[in-house]
Design a protein around this ligand. Structure first.
Ligand code: NAD
Length: 259
């Protein structure tokens, strides 16, 4: 029997077919999950609707994660459609483009607030709303996406690294608090994958080349690798796994020194 038969998942973060959220969606759908999607802004609507239709999605709704009103509308629509929820995927991040170019020490208060609001606070806002619906399902799985720049310095990643450090701490606090309700909260820390968001990071192709040359497995990961890890973390196979950051990075993060 498929691992996720009868499970209902809500996915934030599909921009196009290259999005990590879309690879996760395909992996979950292949295991029998039914999926709802959000999209950010009219520009992305048509593309997300077309992708969602290929996995038979019953619900596609707009949402800007900085808007509480938008989020309330999304979860109300999920409630009306399913009356409960089993899986929440948070695959959303943004920092103003200049923050990847200017010195980290020059980060402005406004850029800090925006990056942390969209990339870190949003996990709390979504999980809070999802938990009420997961209670009706007797528990659930929340999954977010992070990057190892939260732990070590990477050139140009700057304020997004701070946002990822906050996000990873949130994973632990949410897992701690929601565990007694049967809700698990985990993150996947992925190596570089060429997506829309990744292209805005100055020197992204250098990161890819560096990984291929130095990672223990001598290759870059793919979005499908992340989808496979997500399938595990959202399924009963991971029923006693919570508060964890799973590295899917061809082993790059274990290096102390590269040659
Ligand atoms: P992507 O551009 O396909 O996805 C980013 C998504 O964030 C988009 O769907 C975008 O619409 C959404 N978003 C941004 N601001 C938003 C807002 N205000 N409201 C709602 N949605 C908003 O890129 P991706 O690489 O698939 O990124 C997904 C996640 O994976 C991010 O958290 C990213 O940091 C993380 N990640 C990516 C890589 C990589 O190399 N691509 C590596 C590690 C972690």
């Amino acid at each position: 029997m498929p691992l996720l038969e009868g499970r209902r998942g809500l996915i934030f973060g599909v921009a196009n077919r290259r999005s990590i959220a879309w690879a996760i969606a395909q992996a979950l759908a292949a295991e029998g999950a039914e999926l709802a999607f959000t999209f950010q802004g009219e520009r992305l609507e048509q593309g997300v609707r077309e992708l969602a239709a290929t996995v038979g999605s019953p619900l596609v709704v707009p949402a800007d994660v900085t808007s509480d009103a938008d989020l309330d509308r999304v979860f109300e629509a999920v409630d009306q459609t399913w009356g409960g929820l089993d899986i929440l995927i948070h695959s959303v991040a943004f920092a103003p483009p200049q923050t990847f170019e200017q010195p980290f020490v020059a980060t402005t208060r406004d850029d800090f607030k925006l990056a942390l609001d969209i990339s870190a606070y949003s996990l709390i806002a979504l999980t809070h709303r999802a938990a009420t619906l997961m209670d009706r399902a007797g528990g659930g799985a929340v999954l977010t996406m992070t990057f190892n720049a939260s732990q070590r310095t990477y050139p140009n990643y700057n304020i997004m690294a701070v946002a990822k450090a906050a996000l990873e701490a949130e994973v632990r606090y949410l897992a701690f608090e929601l565990g007694s309700r049967g809700i698990r909260v985990n993150a996947i820390s992925a190596g570089p994958v060429r997506t829309l968001a990744a292209r805005s990071i100055t020197g992204f192709t250098v990161m890819e080349e560096h990984t291929e040359k130095n990672a223990p497995l001598r290759r870059n990961i793919t979005a499908e690798d992340v989808g496979n890890a997500a399938k595990y973390l959202c399924s009963p196979l991971a029923q006693n796994v919570t508060g964890q950051i799973l590295l899917v990075d061809a082993g790059y993060s274990i290096l102390g020194m590269s040659l």
